[in-house]
Design a protein around this ligand. Structure first.
Ligand code: MLT
Length: 212
């Protein structure tokens, strides 16, 4: 019997071999990023789980002790749980596990970054909107075949611009190809974020035709 994916989630089949793993922000749910995912890639399958941790009734992907201060044991546990869910979902729905792009916003971006650092076999590329350094792993993974795009707001009251730069440095140290863009924005997403991220994702299909 095929394993049952054990997160509440949405799955939208696609017409290409790519799947976007959509990871919402604090207080979001599995439907939040479906439209954004479709805009970013009209052909990809979409897999969108709901975070299992509740903070005052708001779904998240891992526990935090305060804003920007994470419960690292829970983060590690939840990162592995999410990675196992993706593997089970790939078998259940029959999508390719080797063409998975994580698309995360805020708390979702942070668990996506954690998955890159702790379970690098799961994700081939990632778009991280309003991300920070989730944790420093004991041993850096080899991310030399991974492409990451990071979008930060230059007036984000939650994430300092230096924090985005720290994440870039960490991922580059692990060998990843990282692009970072600072938008004239706060913590919320803007059209400029989506347009720029969409172009980057398109170029990922055709590396010779655009800037990665
Ligand atoms: C987090 O907890 O992951 C970050 O502080 C972002 C947020 O969810 O507000």
């Amino acid at each position: 019997m095929r394993p049952q994916p054990d997160f509440i989630h949405e799955f939208v089949p696609g017409s290409s071999s790519r799947t976007l793993l959509l990871l919402h922000g604090t207080g979001g749910n599995e439907r939040d990023l479906i439209t954004l995912g479709r805009e970013l890639d009209p052909n990809a399958a979409l897999l969108s789980p709901r975070g299992k941790v509740l903070e005052n009734g708001m779904p998240r992907f891992f526990r935090r002790l305060a804003e920007g201060v994470f419960d690292l044991d829970d983060l590690k546990f939840r990162t592995n749980e999410l990675a196992d869910f993706v593997t089970a979902a790939a078998q259940h729905y029959g999508f390719a596990i080797d063409n998975l792009v994580a698309v995360g916003y805020s708390n979702g971006a942070n668990i996506a970054a954690s998955m890159l650092l702790l379970r690098p076999e799961i994700v081939n590329a990632a778009l991280l909107f309003r991300a920070m350094v989730p944790l420093i792993p004991e041993k850096l993974p080899d991310l030399s075949s991974v492409h990451v795009w990071i979008g930060e707001g230059d007036q984000d009251p939650i994430i300092a611009t230096s924090e985005g730069q720290r994440l870039v440095d960490l991922l580059r140290e692990a060998g990843a190809d990282v692009t970072i863009r600072f938008f004239h924005a706060g913590h919320g997403l803007t059209n400029a974020d989506l347009e720029t991220a969409g172009h980057w994702l398109e170029a990922l299909n055709n590396p010779t035709r655009g800037e990665l």
